[in-house]
Design a protein around this ligand. Structure first.
Ligand SMILES: Nc1ncnc2c1ncn2[C@@H]1O[C@H](COP(=O)(O)OP(=O)(O)OP(=O)(O)O)[C@@H](O)[C@H]1O
Ligand code: SF4
Ligand SMILES: [Mg+2]
Length: 390
């Protein structure tokens, strides 16, 4: 990221086991992240206690010729109103399947949500009929994808596409509908919205297209927005502006955001809490400061070490040795064992329990044995401690 540094906060200070926390030295954004805690990105307290989304033991499997792919395997987390939860992990860790599962858009077959609960504003959306779900999707919960061109239809203009979402969920027509379209475009800071809404997607720049997708996403005032790598296709300065825009909209509306990324630098800028995913499971979760300053899981430590440091001259960038495992053939114990420098016999025999690390932080790793053990579902309770409460 060129415009804004991606440096994690206070990295380099000792972490929980007395070693240096990976991630380089403190930088402005890291300091931002550290200072932010439970406050919003403008300094005012924005994270509300009200739970918008609660996910319990979610499991989404794909039936393939090689076997059952356990893309999401027992995910539990909560999201409060006004809060941004980052879901971070390498390619293939199950981030997008998580997003699609929350929207109930997993392609079936071969995919099936085989277990769990997704409580949105108090009701389990996995129990709704498809008819009921089509009102909730794009209404109470909506999603922004990585590539705006896949979300936009090239043969309809902006007015039609933003207008359709509003018409379906708010049942508006005529002039009222048009005014609402203009307002939605204005909310995502599209200049001269009355003129731009006549444009077709190919007439807009990449950044403008992603803003239109954002306008569709927030047009029905959802309580939860899932953003799956929404800035990957944008260049760095447009990326920074888009992240700022999302934060501003969040401060205005109290939107809860699940922000999916493989980039820990973006997590530092954007998120209040982080869930680190590996091989379909959350391996560590916590307040963004805790995770950057005291990452406990070896995989989190490796991910943070691989964030490039602008101020440090290095011959080679750190990268995690080895490949993520095939999700249809997971090892019996810890899925990270083949790549972990701390691996022990027990790691290969039994999947590690979740150990409480204090505050909102917890991690699933045998190295942490001795700490308070949490039941799987309890990871939700640990995560529900207000960010910065430690
Ligand atoms: N339709 C499908 N059929 C079979 N397996 C699938 C299907 N869709 C996803 N998967 C598998 O689910 C796993 C998780 O995929 P997912 O797209 O969620 O990864 P991701 O974390 O979003 O990765 P990336 O960072 O590359 O976007 C992968 O192993 C993928 O091969
Ligand atoms: S459980 Fe063992 S193999 Fe897995 S991350 Fe912890 S130390 Fe490494
Ligand atoms: Mg993905």
């Amino acid at each position: 990221m060129a415009e804004e540094s991606t440096r994690p906060a206070e990295a380099g200070e000792p972490n929980g086991d007395g070693k240096q926390a990976p991630g380089g030295s403190a930088g402005s954004d890291g300091a931002d992240a550290a200072a932010r805690g439970s406050t919003d990105h403008f300094g005012a307290s924005a994270v509300r206690e009200e739970i918008a989304l609660e996910v319990e033991d979610l499991r989404t499997y794909f039936t393939t010729r090689w076997g059952t792919v356990k893309a999401v395997d027992g995910l539990s987390f909560t999201l409060r109103r006004g809060e941004t939860l980052g879901i971070v992990g390498e390619s293939g860790s199950g981030k997008s399947v998580t997003a699609l599962s929350l929207m109930r858009l997993v392609q079936s077959p071969p995919g099936h949500i085989v277990g769990g609960r997704v409580i949105l504003n108090g009701r389990d959306i996995l129990e709704l009929s498809e008819g009921q779900m089509s009102q909730v999707r794009g209404g109470e919960i909506s999603m922004i994808l990585q590539d705006p061109m896949t979300a936009l239809n090239p043969v309809f203009n902006v007015e039609n596409q933003v207008g359709e979402a509003i018409r379906i969920h708010q049942h508006l027509r005529g002039r009222t509908l048009m005014n609402k379209v203009v307002n939605s475009l204005r909310q995502v800071r599209i200049p001269a919205p009355e003129m731009r809404m006549k444009d077709y997607p190919h007439q807009l720049s990449g950044g403008m297209r992603q803003r239109v997708v954002g306008a569709i996403g927030i047009s029905s005032a959802p309580s939860v927005l899932i953003a799956d790598e929404p800035t990957t296709s944008l260049d760095v300065t447009i990326q920074a502006a888009y992240l700022r825009l999302l934060r501003e909209i969040q401060a205005e509306t109290g939107l809860g955001i699940v922000f999916i990324t493989h980039d820990f630098g973006i997590v530092a800028k954007m998120c209040d809490r982080v869930a680190v995913m590996y091989a379909g499971r959350i391996v560590e979760t916590g307040d963004v400061r805790q995770i950057f300053n005291h990452p406990q899981h070896p995989y989190t430590q490796a991910l943070i070490s691989s964030v490039p440091k602008l101020e440090e001259k290095t011959e080679r960038l750190y990268s995690i040795e080895g490949q993520p495992p095939a999700l249809y053939n997971l090892p019996v114990g810890c899925a990270f064992a083949p790549r972990c420098q701390y691996v022990m016999d027990v790691c290969r025999e039994e999947y590690p329990p979740i150990f409480d690390q204090g505050g909102a932080q917890s991690a699933a790793c045998w190295k942490l044995e001795g700490g308070k053990r949490l039941e799987n579902a309890t990871i939700t309770e640990a995560a529900a401690v207000p960010a910065g409460a430690d």
